[in-house]
Design a binder for this molecule. Structure first.
Ligand SMILES: O=C(O)C[C@H]1C=CC(=O)O1
Length: 93
Protein backbone atom coordinates (compact mmCIF):
# COMPACT_ATOMS: atom_id res chain seq x y z
CA UNK A 1 0.00 0.00 0.00
CA UNK A 2 1.11 3.53 -0.72
CA UNK A 3 0.89 6.29 1.85
CA UNK A 4 1.48 10.01 1.49
CA UNK A 5 3.13 11.13 4.71
CA UNK A 6 3.84 14.69 5.84
CA UNK A 7 6.39 15.05 8.60
CA UNK A 8 6.89 18.32 10.43
CA UNK A 9 10.03 18.38 12.58
CA UNK A 10 9.73 20.28 15.88
CA UNK A 11 13.08 19.95 17.62
CA UNK A 12 13.21 21.85 20.92
CA UNK A 13 15.33 25.01 20.48
CA UNK A 14 17.20 24.26 23.72
CA UNK A 15 18.18 20.72 22.67
CA UNK A 16 21.90 20.08 23.24
CA UNK A 17 23.67 20.56 19.87
CA UNK A 18 25.50 17.21 20.18
CA UNK A 19 22.20 15.41 20.90
CA UNK A 20 20.59 17.21 17.96
CA UNK A 21 23.41 16.18 15.60
CA UNK A 22 23.21 12.57 16.87
CA UNK A 23 19.45 12.30 16.33
CA UNK A 24 19.69 13.81 12.83
CA UNK A 25 22.53 11.43 11.85
CA UNK A 26 20.56 8.41 13.12
CA UNK A 27 17.45 9.69 11.29
CA UNK A 28 19.39 9.93 8.04
CA UNK A 29 20.78 6.39 8.38
CA UNK A 30 17.32 5.00 9.25
CA UNK A 31 15.57 6.74 6.34
CA UNK A 32 18.29 5.81 3.85
CA UNK A 33 18.05 2.13 4.87
CA UNK A 34 14.28 2.22 4.21
CA UNK A 35 14.88 4.00 0.88
CA UNK A 36 17.36 1.28 -0.19
CA UNK A 37 14.80 -1.37 0.78
CA UNK A 38 12.20 0.34 -1.45
CA UNK A 39 9.89 1.15 1.42
CA UNK A 40 10.44 4.93 1.19
CA UNK A 41 10.48 5.64 -2.57
CA UNK A 42 9.87 9.41 -2.40
CA UNK A 43 11.31 11.99 0.03
CA UNK A 44 10.96 15.70 -0.64
CA UNK A 45 11.79 18.72 1.47
CA UNK A 46 8.87 21.18 1.72
CA UNK A 47 10.54 24.39 0.59
CA UNK A 48 10.92 26.89 3.39
CA UNK A 49 9.97 24.46 6.19
CA UNK A 50 11.69 21.87 8.36
CA UNK A 51 9.25 19.33 6.97
CA UNK A 52 8.96 16.75 4.24
CA UNK A 53 6.48 15.10 1.91
CA UNK A 54 7.14 11.39 1.59
CA UNK A 55 5.63 8.38 -0.15
CA UNK A 56 5.97 5.14 1.79
CA UNK A 57 5.30 1.76 0.19
CA UNK A 58 4.54 -0.81 2.90
CA UNK A 59 2.26 -3.77 3.56
CA UNK A 60 -0.34 -1.78 5.47
CA UNK A 61 -1.20 0.42 8.44
CA UNK A 62 0.63 -1.71 10.99
CA UNK A 63 3.95 -1.73 9.12
CA UNK A 64 3.60 1.99 8.44
CA UNK A 65 3.12 2.68 12.13
CA UNK A 66 6.08 0.48 13.05
CA UNK A 67 8.36 2.28 10.58
CA UNK A 68 7.20 5.78 11.55
CA UNK A 69 7.38 5.17 15.28
CA UNK A 70 10.93 3.87 14.81
CA UNK A 71 12.12 7.18 13.36
CA UNK A 72 14.72 8.70 15.71
CA UNK A 73 12.93 12.04 15.21
CA UNK A 74 9.50 10.51 15.92
CA UNK A 75 9.23 12.10 19.40
CA UNK A 76 9.87 15.49 17.77
CA UNK A 77 7.57 15.28 14.75
CA UNK A 78 3.97 15.98 13.88
CA UNK A 79 2.96 13.43 11.23
CA UNK A 80 -0.03 13.40 8.89
CA UNK A 81 -0.79 10.21 6.93
CA UNK A 82 -2.95 9.90 3.81
CA UNK A 83 -3.57 6.40 2.41
CA UNK A 84 -3.47 6.40 -1.41
CA UNK A 85 -5.82 4.45 -3.68
CA UNK A 86 -5.64 3.91 -7.43
CA UNK A 87 -7.19 6.73 -9.50
CA UNK A 88 -9.53 5.59 -12.33
CA UNK A 89 -8.19 8.23 -14.76
CA UNK A 90 -4.54 7.27 -14.33
CA UNK A 91 -3.09 5.95 -17.60
CA UNK A 92 -0.65 3.07 -17.66
CA UNK A 93 2.88 4.09 -18.75
O1 LIG B 1 14.52 16.10 7.70
C1 LIG B 1 13.39 15.58 7.68
O2 LIG B 1 12.53 15.89 6.86
C2 LIG B 1 13.03 14.52 8.70
C3 LIG B 1 13.52 13.17 8.35
C4 LIG B 1 12.99 12.47 7.21
C5 LIG B 1 13.99 11.80 6.62
C6 LIG B 1 15.19 12.18 7.20
O3 LIG B 1 16.33 11.80 6.93
O4 LIG B 1 14.93 13.11 8.16
Amino acid sequence: MLYHVRMYVRLPPDLDPADRADIIAREMAYSQKLQREGKWPQLWRIAGEYANFSILDVAGHDELHTLLSGLPLFPYMDIEVTPLAAHPSKIAV
